[in-house]
Design a protein around this ligand. Sequence first.
Ligand code: GLP
Length: 243
Amino acid sequence: RDDKPAVGGFTANYIAKRINEFVATNEHPNFVLGLPTGSSPLPVYHKLIELYVRGKVSFKHVITFNMDEYVGLPKSHPESYHSFMFDNFFSKVDIDPKNAHILDGEAENLVEECERYEELIESVGGIDLFLGGIGEDGHIAFNEPGSSLASRTRMKTLAYDTIVANARFFDNDISKVPRMALTVGIATVMDAREVIIVITGKHKAPALAKSIEEGVNHMWTVSAIQQHPWAMVVADEDATLEL
Ligand code: GLP
């Protein structure tokens, strides 16, 4: 049974509810949403677009920050995370493109770009809800195994396993996969007021088990969310096989 649409539906409805509650109570001017790329969140984006089309949610008061971006890949490249987000989500809802922030992997000074990103997040009052996916090795964003749990936005070299996993987006040719990325850190994610992780597929089952049934561990970086006061994992049956 394919329950990925159910994972997407539940998560999108939940996010829409949070945005609507927020807009209704007007705590501060904008709802700040952290967003991932990857195949796991696609059903969430599909459902959010559907809710927008049906008039159930608006993104006019939403500011977004994406988790990561490849270094050296032009924004216009079809596999850049800029392209992914505009093609799959931003172009289909009423978000103001100026409010949709993504790290610039082509910035002249990458260190400054990461600092600017952290400052920008702080200047809008921090992230209300961070949505994330995970890699098979338990990474969140591009916080590869061994990343400090205190890390903030920075440049990371991709793990070989991640390069192999992502080759499917680059004609199955690992030589075409960028070697580095800019990514929010674990502490950046942990600072969000709420965190939701979507996990689907048998291939993610070991990562889910390691990350939530074993101790907090920098080798399975998503395990950090065990210490978050308001975190939720939304998984399909397949991903729960090893729990
Ligand atoms: C990349 C992204 C992660 C994402 C992971 C899993 O490594 N940087 O943010 O969670 O891929 O992607 P998928 O959902 O396609 O398995």
